[in-house]
Design a protein around this ligand. Sequence first.
Ligand code: NI
Length: 374
Amino acid sequence: MDEQRLTAFFKDLHAHPEVSGSEFRTTGKLREALEEAGVRILPSGLQTGLVAEVGGLRPGRVIGLRCDIDALPVCEESGLAYASQNEGVMHACGHDFHASALLGAALLLKEREKELCGTVRLVFQPAEEYGNGAQAVIATGLTADVQEFYALHTYPPFPAGTLGIKEGPVMAAPDAFHIRIRGKGCHGAQPHKGISPVPAAAALTLALQSATGLVVDPFSPAVVTVTHLAAGNTWNVVPEAALIEGTVRTLREADRTALRGRIAAAASACAGAYGCTARFEWEAGSAAVVNDPVLCAAARDIALSMGFAVDRQEDTMSSEDFSDYLKSAPGVFIRVGTGGEYPNHHPRFTADPAALWPAAQFLARLAETRGREK
Ligand code: NI
């Protein structure tokens, strides 16, 4: 494997994106490249995505390197020569870059397998964007003995050659709430004969704007956003029910629990004040991604020794199911500078291919160095 071949592999993946759960071609291409190099692919039963392994010949730690491989339902407008050939689907989050970087690392590690201490478990995870990809991988049991996890993610604010490494929480827990307010429908001209859920829904929407201020320390980031408000369908009928949905983003578990309780309380109080009832539903997402400080320091040292610039990544209230792996072992979610003017998920998002080969080398070195650790 060399830089030219890896770049060609990346461009091919970019041209053939597949959404969560449909990554069949992508999985096939990865499997082919890994098998050609003699990398062991472990039996997992996964429909898409795969888990491979290098090392295990000398004692050492079990290091997990994880990438995601799925694309988004976005119409690409990048103008790249290797733009998506799959209409309406695009690698707008750089998961093609992640998969290629991990493939490169796998092949580099394979070349040095005899000298490797410990085992490197390579996770090519499906369905990060819309699905339960991390949970599906974890359910295979193939990550149960991993002692440290690492993942890279493309990061437009930094140029190629810069890595973002920061200890502590770096991505949020993304929870959803669904509140159904029930009143009693009637004629719009006789509101006293029914109970309108509309004022209750309006009051609750406003009450939720103050939810964070009531329970979260202002120095702790938290978001409550109402994104969906619906009631009725015409002008002269009082509807029976109203629906309010939204998202809660937190970096700390205590804030997450406090906000859940506050929103549930506001829902029943606002509904009750207007003679309605509320049904509150909480849909928990993955936890916040929290980077281990000791492993961050180790990753930073390795990056600097390889000539990378290391910066602190910005916190974001978006989310990543990488946190599911961190329930069983510590790890680091690292941002890899890939330049470009547009953010992740934008139709004009691009990842600089110049960042790819160094990223593969970094992952290989990281796994090799950490595997030797006592
Ligand atoms: Ni992503």
